[in-house]
Each structure stands twice: as structure tokens, then as C-alpha cells.
Design a protein around this ligand. Sequence first.
Ligand code: HEC
Length: 172
Amino acid sequence: MRPVYSKFFKIFLIAPMLITLGFVDGAAARDKNPCSKNPCMAKNPCASKGIPIRKNPIKDPARLKEMGEKLWGDTALGTSGTACGTCHPAGAGLKKEPFPKHIKMTGDIVTMDQMINFCMVNPMKGKPLAWNSQEMTALAAYITANSRESATPVNPCGMKNPCGAKNPCKMK
Ligand code: HEC
């Protein structure tokens, strides 16, 4: 009877205890060592391809540049009859100082995309561009390529007012 008891004790009580202890210990060790669980393995969120920005990716920088230049002169982007290039001919008024920055006309600190959409809905009287649209990327590419190191703020509407009485740049 006795040896059976002892066997039972070893197998059913001590063994699970040791196993449990091993687990706890292992968990504690894992907590301390962030590399013990390889972050590059299957569950690594950076390793997977993830959700794409858009269904129609742009892969060719030359094509993007072309799109940006075309859109810059496109009066159909808005409804005010102006294009971005009407007030920003050859990129006039685009300053190199990086976004986010304070833009007087907005009375706010904005990112480049927010500024693009500010000009889309105000002077252009159009709809804001979707954050993941090709148009947004193309206009951003144009702006980045055509910004200049000019310290003096340029008001493109001041130079040659394209909008006459209805100058959208005058509005708040
Ligand atoms: C009717 C004139 C007008 C039109 C059209 C216009 N903008 Fe502007 N935009 C301005 C003015 C004025 C400023 C300067 C605001 C300031 O500095 O307070 C400006 C500023 C900007 C800036 C920030 C420049 C900088 O770095 O300081 C960006 C970017 C910009 N516009 C993009 C666009 C885009 C993109 C379009 C077309 C979708 C567009 N604008 C159409 C008048 C216009």
C-alpha cells in the first residue's frame, strides 16, 4: 500500500507542481527578456504585408510627377474656376519650411495634406481629397518638388488677383 501511495504522490502531486513552477519561471524569464519570444516570427505585425493604402498603388515616381503637374493646372479639381497653379504658378508661394507649420490663412498649424485640403475647400471651392487618393499623393509630390527656400511669405493672390471681387483668399 505504501509504495503505491508514494508513487501516486510523486506522479500526481509533485510532478504537476514542478511543471507549474517551470511555467511560472519561464513566463517570468520571458517577461524580462523581450527577445525570448522572437518578434520576427509569424505574429510580427511588421512582417506581414498588412492592409494596403489603396487598391491602385502608384509605383512609378515619374508617373507621379506627371500626375502632379497635370493636376496643378487642373481647374476641374474645384468649382471656383481656378487651379492650384492659378495662385501658385510654377509653385509660387510654396515654402520649403517643413510641415506641420503655421499657415496664416488657416490660422492653424497644419500638415501638408491638411493644407492641400484647406486650399481644396476654400479657394478651389471643391471637395476635400481623400487621404489615400492618388491625387493627394500627386499634389504632395508637386509641392515637395517645387517648394523654395523663401523666407518672405508670398501671397500669390496679392501679385495678380485671379479671382477679382470674389477673391477667396480674402475670406477668413
Ligand atoms: C485663389 C488662390 C489659391 C488657390 C487656387 C490655391 N491656393 Fe494654396 N495658397 C493660397 C494662399 C494665399 C496661400 C498662402 C497662405 C498663407 O501663407 O497664409 C496658399 C498656401 C498654400 C500652401 C502652403 C504654402 C507654404 O508652404 O507656406 C500649400 C501647400 C497650398 N497652398 C496648396 C494648394 C493646392 C494644392 C491648391 C490646389 C488644390 C491650392 N493651394 C490652390 C492661395 C491659393
